[in-house]
Design a protein around this ligand. Sequence first.
Ligand SMILES: NC(=O)c1ccc[n+]([C@@H]2O[C@H](COP(=O)([O-])OP(=O)(O)OC[C@H]3O[C@@H](n4cnc5c(N)ncnc54)[C@H](OP(=O)(O)O)[C@@H]3O)[C@@H](O)[C@H]2O)c1
Length: 107
Amino acid sequence: MKIMIAGNRGQLGSDSEIVLGTDHELLAIDLDELDITNLSDVQNVVQDFSPHVILNCAAYTLVDKCETEKELAWNVNVIGPKNLALSVGKYGGRLIHKRSEMPSTNM
Ligand SMILES: NC(=O)c1ccc[n+]([C@@H]2O[C@H](COP(=O)([O-])OP(=O)(O)OC[C@H]3O[C@@H](n4cnc5c(N)ncnc54)[C@H](OP(=O)(O)O)[C@@H]3O)[C@@H](O)[C@H]2O)c1
């Protein structure tokens, strides 16, 4: 199976890469290669790799800073997963995503 791991240098992403890498074809990338807040970049990568599954391990995880960095937290934790979802909707595949902590106010 072709699996794309977004945020592969984080805790969940790095462990997932180790576990899944033995049996699957991986595209394991992080922020320096793909910023999931950029829809066109996400679509280009998904179109090129055509993953069966995207595992979203990319997140803004500095929970306390989410109070002051609301826009960044929103973009990474909401717009990013939306971009991944739109991309599998357009090019096929499944998205696996676990909800991240978010600021309490609406953006
Ligand atoms: N850790 C766990 O035990 C665990 C368990 C279950 C679920 N989760 C969930 O899994 C997700 C990741 O958690 P984690 O603990 O692995 O977090 P983490 O260690 O902070 O890793 C998050 C990764 O996402 C990257 N990233 C940040 N902004 C990005 C962007 N715009 N585009 C692409 N990549 C970006 C980060 O890069 P930089 O470091 O360069 O910012 C980092 O490598 C969260 O949603 C969390 O709730 C975690």
